[in-house]
Structures are given as C-alpha cells and as structure tokens.
Design a protein around this ligand. Sequence first.
Ligand code: ADP
Ligand code: MG
Length: 728
Amino acid sequence: MSELRFKSVMEAASRKAVNVESPEKRVEQYYGEKVFNRQKMFQYLPRPTYEALVEAIDNKKPLSRELADSVAEGMKRWAIENGTTHYTHWFQPMTGGTAEKHDTFIEHDGKGGVIETFSGKLLVQQEPDASSFPSGGMRNTFEARGYSAWDISSPAFIVGNTLCIPTIFISYTGESLDYKTPFLKTLNAIDKAATRVAKYFDPGVKHVVSYLGWEQEYFLVDEALYAARPDIVMTGRTLMGHESAKNQQLEDHYFGSIPSRVEAFMLDLEIEAHKLGIPVKTRHNEVAPNQFELAPVYEEANLANDHNLLIMSVMNEVARKHNFRVLFHEKPFAGINGSGKHNNWSLGTDKGRQLFSPGKTPEENLQFIVFLSNVMNAVHKHNALLKASIMSATNSHRLGANEAPPAIISMFLGKSVSELLDNIEKNDYEAIKVRGKEELSVGLNQIPEIMIDNTDRNRTSPFAFTGNRFEYRAVGSSANCATALIALNAAVACELEDFANRVDKRLASGESKEKALFAEARENVLKARPIHFDGNGYGDEWIVEAKDRGLDIESSAPLMFDAYLSESSVDMFEKVGIFTRKELVARNEVKWEMYTKKVQIESRVLGDLAINHIIPAAVTYQGQLLDNLYKMRQLFNEEKAREIGETDLITVEQMADHINKVKSLVTAMTENRKRANSLESLRDKAIAYHDTVAPIMEKIRYHIDRLELMVDNEIWPLPKYRELLFIR
Ligand code: ADP
Ligand code: MG
C-alpha cells in the first residue's frame, strides 16, 4: 500500500471508541453565555441606553452616534470580562461562508502605553479592506471601499478570543456586496406585504415575521484519511473512487445508532452551539454511511440564517478536536446520497397566528388559502428563478440525480389540501353562496382534522407543504440559506402586494371582503395550477409533463443563472426594492465566475491526480504483470505459458486501454480549459466549463475507477471509499 495511504488507514483504524459523558452543567446554566443578548444588554448598559437599543431593534430604527457609543462601551466591558482581545465585523460575502478581519481593542494612550477602547463608530461601521471580495464589477479595487455596518437585529457573540459583530456589507454607493443586505430587505418586504394582507382578517396585526428552521446535512471523514485525499482537501469532494461493496443499500445507517466517536463530537458541538444561543435540538444519522444531520428549533429567519452560518464554522472547529473533518459539499461521494439543507419556512403574525396553518373556522381557513395560494402563484411565476437561486457548481451534482431536488421546481401539497383546492377551483363564490349558511363550505371548515396527519409526505418534491410550513428541500448543504430565501421572499412579497391591490379594487367597487378574498384566492389557485405536483419528482415522465406545463426544465447551472436577468425577475426585484438591474447583473457575474473557478480547480486537481498518482500506480502494476508473464515464458513452453497467462494478458491490455484513455482525456480536458479560459464573457466561460470540461471529468473518473478494481490494492495510492466511509 502506498505509504501515505497505509499510514492514514492505520491511524484512522487505531482510533478508540470513547466514553461519552454528560456535561457537568445543565444547558440552562450556559445557554447563550457567549451572546450579548437582552439579558446581557440589561446588565451591561445604562438603563436609558438599554431601552433605546431595544426600541431600535424592535422597530428597526437606526442608532444615533451617542447611543452607539454607549452600547459599544457596555459591549466591550462584557467582552473583555469574558476574555476577548479582538473584535471583528462578521459578514457574508458572495463567495459563500462568512468573512472576518480581526482588530484588537488597543489605542495609544498618548503616554507611550495603550488603552483598550471600542467606540460606537467602530461598532456600527467599518471599512474592511475587502477589495478582493467579489463584487461583479460593482466596486473596482481602485475606486471605492466596501462598508460593513452592524445589523442590530442579530446579537454580537464571542468565538474564541474575538467579539463578533454581525454586519451587512455594502459598496460605497450602496449596492449590496453580500447576502445579508438583500435578505434583510426581503424580510422587510414580506413583513410589509403580508401585514397588509393579514389585516383583512385581523386589523390589529402590526408585523409579520418570517421563520426559518434549517436541517443541516453533512458528512464526517477521519482527519488522517482526509489528509491523504488531495481531492477532498482541495475541492471538498472525491473526484474518483469506486463504490464500496457495501454502501447504503442495507439502509442500516439511517436513524441507526451513532458511533461513540461521532456522538462525542455531536455532544461537544451542541454544548458550543448552546453557549452561542443556537437552539440545536435534533441529531441523527442520515441515509448514507458517515452522513449526519443537525437541526435547531426554528427562529426568526435572519437570526436562524446567521446561526446556520455560525454553526458551520463551529462544526469545523469542534470536528478537528475529535480528529474529524466535516464535509459540507453537496455530493462528496458518488453513488450514495448527497447532502442538502432543507429550509423550513413559514410566516407568522406578531399576534402569534401561523399564516400557513389551517385554523378552526372557515374564516381562518380562508386566510390559510389566501396565503397558500399566493405562495403557489409566486413559486409558479418564478419557478426558474427559484431553481437558479439554489443552484451552484456543487449543488448541481445533487440536482436531477434521483435525490431531493429534481431539476424542476414544483410544489407538493398533499391529499387534503389538493382536494380543497379542487373544490375551490370548481366553486366560485356565487355558487357557494346560494347554499345559504354554508357560504364558505368548499371544505374550508374541515381542514384541521385532515391536516394533522402528514403521512403522505413526498420526499421527491423540492418544495413541499408540511402542515404549517413549507419545506424547501432543494437548498444545498453548503449554501447560505439566504440565497434561496431572497428569491422566495421577494417573489412572495411581490405576489402579496399584487393580491392586496386586486382585493382593494374589488372592495372599492363595493364587493364584500369575503367574496373579494375568495375570488382572488381562487384566481391564484387557477393560475398556479401547473406548479402543483404530488407525483414522483424523480420519474422521467415528470420531465416531459413539466415541460408541457410550461415549467423550467433547464439543468445546466450557468444557463439557469440567466433566470435572474429575465424581465420578470428584474421587474419583480425592482418592484419590491431588493435589487436594481445593475446589482442583478453584477451578482450574476459573480455566480458565473464562482462556477467557473470551482470546476476549474476540480479539473486541475483531477488532471494532477490522474497523471501523477493514478497512472504511475497502474503502470507499476502493469509492469509486475508483464514481468510475471515474461518469466512464465522462460519457465514453461510457449503454449502452456499462453494458457496460464491468458487472464493476466487480458488485464494488461485492458489496463493499457484505460491508461491511454485517461492520458488522452486529460490532454483533451486541458485543451478545453485553455479554450474556455480565453473567452471574454464570464457567462460564456462558465457555459464552456459546464459543456466541455465537466463532462470529460466524468469520463476520466470512469476509467480511473475501473483501474482501481484492477490494480493491486497494495499499491493503490488513495484511501478507498470503503476506508473513507465507515467510521468505527
Ligand atoms: P423532518 O421530519 O423534516 O426531518 P426535523 O424535525 O428534522 O423534521 O426538522 C424540522 C425543522 O422544521 C426544525 O428545524 C423545526 O424547528 C422546523 N419547524 C417546525 N415548525 C416550523 C415552522 N412553523 N416554521 C419554520 N420552521 C419550523
Ligand atoms: Mg430532519
């Protein structure tokens, strides 16, 4: 066995089972201890400052400079008492993940020493020299800086020695350079539009809040094995590797018992998460070997998303203490399930009413239908955009591959809601009204009973209604949830505003409220019919049918991104005030560039591994076989030698064929890369990488995986799937 593979396999195999001990303290004793939450604000801020800050947070008001200074002082005192030495503005650049630049608190004291200070100015705004973050040309490096500004709706927290301040990141001229800024804008847009519609039912509603409960899937790999796989280190996934004889076919991993090493990691992770005020709750094995899931109790969407990003970095840290590496890639291993990040999404009023929850009365259920039908309409109109919003070079491996998201966005509603919609379609309000008392009895009064049972869940749907929320399943495991939710929120906000305008028009002409609401909801249901699909999203028939229904069936990531620039998308984003056309153009440039770079890196790593690791090992083994054949010829007569050497000879020939194919394909891939690199437009480049580079990578992999089956196990240079995938 190659020395590196041998060492890493031995090291991983020598890890011992651990005793998982309960933490010394109860969770209530340390929950949120690393967060500057309201309790700490109350404790560390002067009373008037505390009150003004809470008022600003609750009513989304800006902070005055004076107030900011006072907040900063208290926050610094808390942070220093908790051992921090640095602070950072923590933001969400378009590269994905989070970014931070650390500064200490020190300033000259004018007497040759230093003091630790932290002013309101530093808390509220910074100019990180972030010129190398992608901006799609909105901020040329020589032209202007980016600004980060505190998002007061997300509390500051401590990681290690650093006070982290969640911020938005915008250009000098105000365009968003991150995910948080547009996300916050869409949350406000939803609040405004949904409140307007909720007021038809309860005039006392002041706000509508968006909620998010994410389910984070991930793989764990032993650190020693990880280090011996350059492809995982560089790209987050295996670019080669034959399936192991046993993988997920016995379905014995899902909800199976958790290996003790992994359980110890999970427990540590949960403690860290709880200290950071992240309410993680659920943990379990997933379908594939070494695949797991973590889910919190849902929260207000902006905070929930910050928590998701934060926990991804905490997971990386904690995993290393346990000699693991976390893989967030959507498809780290071929042949077994990949990872997603289901986004459970719902809306609720400040008065505690869940807007996607059927109620007990026809009136409450009319409200349910109004909101449901607007979401249907939004998802239908913008199905191409929603698909683009979950798309990336990494998530494209999951899409359309018979797991979670097919490359078509549709909506699953379940039997009871489907029946209700059928009735609504059939009956117009006038027809129902004739029946006197049973005015709204198209089924609107009996939803609660039938809704409780959610057993008809459909796991093949990318966007499923699950009783009181939608589960947006197509989102990738490595993604920032905001990418998907920006598109969804904006589309729904736009739809709700439009709906309210139509209803208001009817009301102005003297129609009754119920009649107007029912009629417009019914309009939505009729128009959005093609998006509703409860069947098998993985079947080939669905692609044909979806096309007939006019749904978008494009499966190439770079072409999908075009959906951001379609007239209907630009119009919608501008209408709700999320992005200007200029921002959309710039953000798409970033998407195409990121796509290209990811595929480019993978292609280079694959070429390198193929030529420098795989072929030499294959040639060595081929040489051994030939040597053997040659010796047989010396020992036996020609006929006998041919007879007993026949299979080896065939192997040598087959190997020669695979080796030659790998070589010529690597050459062709390099040529295609060169050609793609010479293209000017970022869009063309991404398309060229998708069409001419990525497919060759698949072919190279095929031949390498065949070689893996032939070459002596002793000399194969990389840890195999069976070694990578089964933590003991
Ligand atoms: P599943 O059966 O889909 O795997 P999980 O329990 O793993 O369910 O995750 C469900 C997620 O949905 C959790 O994060 C949970 O807090 C969240 N959730 C539950 N109700 C709502 C809601 N009304 N709005 C948003 N998220 C919700
Ligand atoms: Mg789950």
